[in-house]
Design a protein around this ligand. Structure first.
Ligand SMILES: C[S@@+](CC[C@H](N)C(=O)[O-])C[C@H]1O[C@@H](n2cnc3c(N)ncnc32)[C@H](O)[C@@H]1O
Length: 347
C-alpha cells in the first residue's frame, strides 16, 4: 500500500483501487458510491489507461468482483458511468448484482447551447448514468441479507398455535388433499394445513371445511375437529399478527436501507447542476447535493461508505457531513495530496 492517511473516521488511501481493495475483508462495506474513469471521455492519462473498450470492461469487471466481495449482504452500490458504455456496464453489473435502477442524471446546463447541432449527427449527450444495485437475494448469485428468511421463520413461529390447530385436526381424521379440494373447490390444502406460507381460510371456506371434517369424524366415529368458530380464530390471528409486526421491527436493521421522501428526488431521473469551475477543481467532481442524497437514502449513520475512485473526495466529504465512516482511494499522487488537504479543512 502506497500511503494511507487517517482523519478521524475517514481513511484516505493513495493506491490503485484493485491493489487496495484486496486488503479489505469480505462484507466490510455498507455503501459503495464510486465514479470510476468512464474511458476516453477526459483527456487525462487516468481516463485513457486501456487499449480499447473490451480491455476497459475487463478491468471494470475485476473491480466489480471485488466490490461484490466487500459489500455487505444488505449493502448498496451506486456506480457512475458515461452514456456511451452505460449499457455494457449495466450488463456486466447484472452478472454480479441485482441492478435496481439505471438512474439518469440530467444536467440542466452544459456546452450544448454553444455547439453546432447539425454537425453532431446525433443528440447531444446531456446526461450521466448512475447504476444503483444491491445483492441478489437468490437464487442467482445470492448474498442473502437474511431478512426474508427471518420473516418466514418468525411468521411460522408466531402462528404456531393456529398452524397446529389446523394441522392436528387434519392429521387426527386423516383428511386428504383431494377431499379438501372437493369440499372447497380450492387447491389450498398446503396453505391451510401446512406450516410454510400458512394462511387462515376465510369464513366461507372454513364453514365448508368444518362440514367436511364433521362428516369424516361421524363416519370414522371419532372426536369432532375444527370446532372453534371462525370469528374466534380471526381474533387470535389478529393478536398473533400484531406480535409478528413487532418482531419484524427488530429485524429491520438486517434490510438494505432505503429512505427517500417527496422532499428529495425519488424517481430515477435526477436533475443536479454540475459543479462549476474553480481553480483546483477535479474535472469530474460530482455535486455534493447528489452525493448527500445517495448516502442518506442508502446508508445509516455510522455505516462505512467507500469511494474507490475518490478524485476530489466529494463522496468522502458528504459521508463525513452525514456522520458516516468513509474510505477513499485515489491513484494519482498529486490529486491525492490535494484531496487530503481539502478533507482536513472540512474536518
Ligand atoms: C471520474 S474520477 C472521480 C471523480 C470524483 N467522483 C469526484 O467527485 O471528484 C476518477 C478518479 O479515479 C482515479 N483513478 C483512476 N484509476 C484509478 C485506479 N486504478 N485506482 C484508484 N483511482 C484511480 C483518477 O485519478 C480520478 O481522479
Amino acid at each position: 500500500m502506497k500511503n494511507t492517511v487517517k482523519i478521524n473516521s475517514i481513511e484516505l488511501v493513495n493506491d490503485d483501487c484493485l491493489q487496495y481493495i484486496k486488503t479489505l475483508p469480505d462484507n466490510s462495506i455498507d455503501l459503495i458510491c464510486t465514479d470510476p474513469p468512464y474511458f476516453r471521455v477526459k483527456p487525462d492519462g487516468w481516463d485513457n489507461q486501456w487499449k480499447g473498450d473490451s480491455d476497459y470492461l475487463t478491468w471494470l469487471d475485476m473491480c466489480l468482483a471485488e466490490f461484490w466481495r466487500v459489500l455487505k449482504p444488505a449493502g448498496s452500490i451506486y456506480l457512475f458511468c458515461g452514456h456511451r458504455l452505460a449499457a455494457d456496464i449495466e450488463l456486466l453489473m447484472r452478472n454480479r448484482f441485482d441492478v435496481l435502477n439505471h438512474i439518469i442524471w440530467a444536467k440542466p446546463s452544459g456546452r450544448w447551447n454553444g455547439c453546432n447541432k447539425e454537425s453532431l449527427r446525433a443528440y447531444f449527450p446531456a446526461t450521466e448514468r448512475i447504476l444503483f444495485a444491491g445483492h441478489y437475494l437468490g437464487p442467482y448469485k445470492p448474498k442473502d441479507d437474511g431478512y426474508a428468511a427471518k420473516c418466514d421463520d418468525t411468521k411460522r413461529h408466531v402462528m404456531t398455535p393456529l398452524i397446529d390447530y389446523f394441522r392436528n385436526a387434519r392429521a387426527s381424521l386423516g383428511v386428504t388433499s383431494k377431499q379438501i379440494v372437493a369440499a372447497t373447490g380450492k387447491n389450498m390444502a398446503s396453505h391451510w394445513f401446512g406450516a410454510s406460507q400458512w394462511q387462515l381460510p376465510n369464513e366461507a371456506d372454513y364453514l365448508k371445511l368444518q362440514a367436511l371434517f364433521s362428516d369424516i369424524a361421524r363416519v370414522k366415529q371419532q372426536r369432532q375437529e375444527l370446532e372453534t368458530p371462525h370469528h374466534q380464530l380471526v381474533v387470535e390471528y389478529q393478536a398473533l399478527s400484531r406480535r409478528y409486526v413487532e418482531l419484524l421491527d427488530e429485524y429491520k436493521a438486517l434490510r438494505r436501507p432505503f429512505s427517500v421522501s417527496a422532499a428529495v428526488p425519488y424517481t430515477d431521473v435526477w436533475t443536479h447542476k454540475p459543479v462549476q469551475f474553480y481553480p483546483g477543481k477535479h474535472p469530474c467532481e460530482k455535486p455534493a447535493d447528489m452525493l448527500r442524497q445517495i448516502i442518506e437514502a442508502s446508508s445509516r449513520p455510522g455505516d462505512v461508505v467507500a469511494d474507490f475512485f475518490m478524485g476530489s473526495g466529494s463522496t468522502i466529504k458528504a459521508a463525513f457531513h452525514l456522520g458516516r465512516h468513509a474510505i477513499g482511494v485515489e491513484l494519482d499522487e498529486a490529486r491525492f495530496k490535494q484531496t487530503v488537504e481539502e478533507v482536513e479543512q472540512v474536518q
